[in-house]
Design a protein around this ligand. Structure first.
Ligand code: ADP
Length: 687
């Protein structure tokens, strides 16, 4: 019951405090949630503002679709002014794409319809017959040259010159052939094509081939570099794959000519610029190709068929799993749509956003001094961290909207702690504290319960004591009275009998005195009023005197008594009466608790620093657990009580008190059924 009274409140307190800690965690979580969503809103609205800027720039531009290069420049400028976006590209309603460097499916009218003028065509056809069927290259060259005379446009001249160059190569006359091709290059016309390939690219390729055949290494290398730079700076449409083919072959030639080192970088430091350009271009080519392949079918066909869709700005996730931000599209205003342009597409510039835009905004957000923010990508990979610390555990994170699907804004504790860590310590402390309190409460309960049990026992013993003492008093009194009355009447005339009666009266009154002495002494001890009068005396003599007085009583009960005393006196500061009382108590117990073997030995001896008085009997003995208790007040062993040995339970208590008053103690050695030895030990020199 007591336990429940203590445990229940303890449990309730523990529960309440744990709950309050959980509430605290919840509050913290709410607080951090608020912070993180505030940060996220700021970041997102910054992006939206940048996008609005881009839209405005498009709407405001007085843009005319006249020249492909002009459009490319326009896109380049937009990119330069809006660094949040890269790889801007225009989307035409037929799916054609145009970015700042490259286009795909943008040229919808290829060269196939080109024809020479009639006169030139006559010579040209004959020349082709001479070249391909008769393999008469001199004749072919002559006919091509006549055709050249009749040519009327740059385009015709370029075509014919390339044929002459080819025939000279076929003849093995590379020097001359190269000259013909150089004439084409000298025209510096980027618009004219042979097939679908720009004429100067074809010409440069042939010149390079010529020098290679001639083993003119230096010239060969120079031309290769020129060819590659032309290819990088004047890419043509990616459709048919011609451009990619030329680019790749030129690069392979560069490698073969050892103009590239093993890591693929240009050996010549002067052409670092080519390297940068190549990198940007290849990156844009890959991007445009993947946009074309993966994404465009959806938005373009939707835009063409569903006009209401035009007003929407939408994002498409690239492959849906990469860490790249999504690609966005802005639908173009009416002015653009007249020229069949539907959309401006863009890619978020991840590096700029993470390294410039977001850090700039985050410094203006006022976080607690222990917190900082970071951006996480897929699988919580760290993309950006405010203070560049290697921390992986975040307090809380919030997903960006679809624009940056897979990205999260995360709030970190600067020491890398989680919410659990922050409240966990407190939780621990509380747990330890409460278990401590409960343990202390339990110990308290146990102690109290034991004290109560002990008190009950003492009060039980006390009442037993009262009844015992009354009995003890009554018996001698009634005997004294009875024998007194008998003697008084004078009817006992036999002298022997009368003596016997007197002796009984004396014995009983001695017993009575002894009992009353014990009770009185005990009550003095109990209240602390007992006084001892110490004086230098001979212990041996004291013991002898007490034995003398009690011997008669012992012998009368049929006991054999043996006293082993030293010859020299043992001088000590003692209270003689008290010592004698203690000895009498021990002797009286020995008599009371012996049965058949009626033998008592009293011994006084001296060791290094104490005097010992021992009383040994061969009586009923005392069990080990009883031995601890017999010195307690009122205690009577059950065995003794059973046998109705009369007693008060005070005797040994007094002995112990007396021994301790002399600075010593009393010990018992006993075995049930064999006997007991009580030894009072008194130090020779009391401290
Ligand atoms: P009591 O008045 O009952 O003798 P004591 O304080 O003198 O009270 O002794 C306490 C208990 O110790 C006794 O009840 C008895 O059981 C045990 N006891 C004391 N002396 C002896 C002894 N010599 N032999 C066996 N038991 C003893």
């Amino acid at each position: 019951m007591g336990l429940i009274l203590i445990l229940v409140p303890g449990a309730v307190i523990s529960y309440l405090s744990l709950k309050s800690i959980n509430d605290k965690a919840e509050n913290l979580r709410e607080k951090y949630k608020g912070t993180v969503s505030l940060v996220k809103d700021k970041l997102e609205s910054a992006i939206f503002r940048k996008e609005a800027n881009l839209r405005n720039a498009i709407t405001d531009s007085s843009f005319k679709l006249e020249n492909e290069n002009d459009i490319k420049t326009w896109i380049s400028n937009l990119e330069a002014e809006n660094p949040v976006f890269i790889n801007l590209f225009l989307v035409r309603n037929d799916g054609g794409l145009l970015s700042s460097f490259v286009s795909l499916d943008w040229n919808t009218f290829p060269e196939s319809t080109f024809e020479l003028n009639k006169k030139a065509a006559g010579y040209f056809n004959n020349a082709e017959t001479a070249e391909f069927i008769n393999k008469n290259y001199n004749e072919a060259i002559r006919l091509y040259q006549t055709a050249l005379i009749h040519s009327t446009s740059v385009k015709e001249r370029v075509l014919i010159l390339s044929r002459i160059g080819r025939c000279r190569f076929k003849k093995g006359d590379y020097q001359e052939g190269i000259r013909e091709y150089k004439r084409i290059i000298g025209m510096k016309n980027n618009e004219v094509t042979i097939g679908n390939v720009p004429a100067n690219i074809v010409a440069l390729t042939q010149v390079a081939n010529g020098f290679k055949e001639m083993n003119a290494e230096k010239e060969h290398q120079e031309v290769l570099l020129e060819l590659y730079s032309q290819l990088l700076y004047h890419p043509w449409d990616l459709q048919n794959g011609d451009y990619i083919y030329y680019l790749k072959s030129a690069r392979r030639e560069l490698e073969e000519a050892k103009l590239l080192n093993t890591t693929g970088n240009f050996n010549n430091p002067k052409i670092d610029e080519l390297k940068t350009r190549e990198h940007k271009l290849l990156q844009q080519i890959r991007f445009i190709e993947s946009v074309h392949k993966d994404l465009l079918q959806g938005p373009v066909s939707e835009m063409n068929h569903n006009t209401s869709f035009r007003s929407a700005m939408f994002n498409i996730s690239r492959n849906g799993y990469s860490n790249e931000p999504r690609i966005g599209f802005i639908n173009l205003p009416e002015t653009f749509q007249e020229t069949k342009l539907l959309l401006l597409g863009y890619q978020f510039n991840k590096d700029y956003i993470l390294n410039t835009l977001f850090p700039g905004i985050l410094t203006s957000v006022d976080l607690g001094k222990d917190e900082m923010t970071g951006i996480l990508g897929r699988n919580d990979s760290l993309l950006y961290m405010q203070h560049d610390q290697p921390i992986t555990d975040y307090l809380i994170a919030d997903d960006f909207s679809s624009m940056f699907a897979g990205w999260k804004v995360a709030l970190f504790n600067r020491q890398g702690k989680t919410i659990e860590d922050l409240v966990g310590k407190e939780k621990h402390l509380y747990l330890i504290l409460f278990s401590g309190i409960i343990i202390v409460m339990l110990i308290g309960t146990v102690v109290t319960v034991r004290a109560v049990i002990h008190e009950t026992e003492v009060s039980r013993m006390k009442s037993e004591f009262v009844s015992n003492v009354s009995h003890e008093l009554k018996t001698p009194l009634s005997l004294i009275r009875m024998f007194g009355e008998t003697l008084d009447t004078g009817i006992v005339t036999d002298e022997k009998k009368r003596r016997e009666f007197y002796s009984i009266i004396r014995k009983e009154s001695e017993r009575l005195t002894h009992l009353i002495d014990n009770v009185l002494d005990f009550s003095k001890m109990d209240t602390g009023a007992k006084k001892y009068y110490f004086e230098e005396a001979d212990l041996v003599k004291g013991v002898k005197n007490s034995l003398e007085a009690y011997k008669f009583h012992i012998r009368e009960n049929g006991f054999k008594i043996e006293a082993i005393l030293p010859d020299e006196p043992v001088m000590l500061k003692i209270d003689r009466d008290a010592i004698s009382q203690a000895l009498l108590n021990l002797l009286s117990n020995a008599v009371k608790y012996s049965e058949e073997r009626k033998y008592i030995q009293v011994k006084v001896e001296k060791d290094k620093d104490s005097a010992l008085i021992s009383v040994t009997d061969q009586g009923i003995g005392i069990s080990r657990d009883q031995q601890k208790k017999i010195f307690e007040k009122f205690y009577q062993a059950p065995a003794a009580a059973e046998k109705e040995k009369q007693g008060s339970g005070l005797g040994l208590t007094l002995v112990k008190h007396i021994a301790e008053a002399h600075g010593g103690n009393v010990e018992v050695k006993s075995e049930p059924g064999r006997g007991s030895r009580f030894t009072i030990k008194i130090p020779l020199k009391p401290e």
